[in-house]
Design a protein around this ligand. Sequence first.
Ligand code: SIN
Ligand code: MN
Length: 201
Amino acid sequence: MTEKLVIRGVELWKSWLDEAAQARLLAALRPVLQAAPAFSPETPWGRRMSVRMTSAGRYGWYSDRRGYRYVTRHPSGNPWPPIPAEALSIWKSVTGLAREPDCCLINWYGEGARMGMHQDRDEADFSWPVLSVSLGDDALFRVGSVTRGGRTESVWLKSGDVAVIGGAARLVYHGIDRIRFGSSRLLPEGGRINLTLRVVE
Ligand code: SIN
Ligand code: MN
């Protein structure tokens, strides 16, 4: 059974996916990761991110010295693979939107990986929500305000949890302080996968 929590405007649907649905989603992501292997993007400041990333959809999120942006191809030169139907159906059932997302960013957290506080603001229209799906190890998710600094609240995201970053909270600062490596057995190799589905255009 799912339970809804609201953390500084972010709607969190605990256990939205049961174990079977988590396993089906993970299986659907395997061919995507094979076609578009995850890589560690470089930040505009020249550091490698600790999270490995890839995307599915018409656009993929990308970063290098030139900045954060969406691009239509994986660094290999190939277009990004299509967003798996399993991910699209979560978007549809949670958001109720007929408009499909243009990008499914896949973040892979290994031991020690983290993500600093940031806003998701590379999209053209902030009236669309960002939907986040967690698979694998627990992650400490921190949510702040729409401006940098100030109070924050943290919550552990578990495998199967789904969060909606939308409405008045669409531009909140958020990040992942750490994961509990090995806390879930969903990924045999350990670690965490987070999907964020976004309307880009
Ligand atoms: C992100 O902000 O892009 C990812 C958040 C998460 O890993 O839960
Ligand atoms: Mn984000």
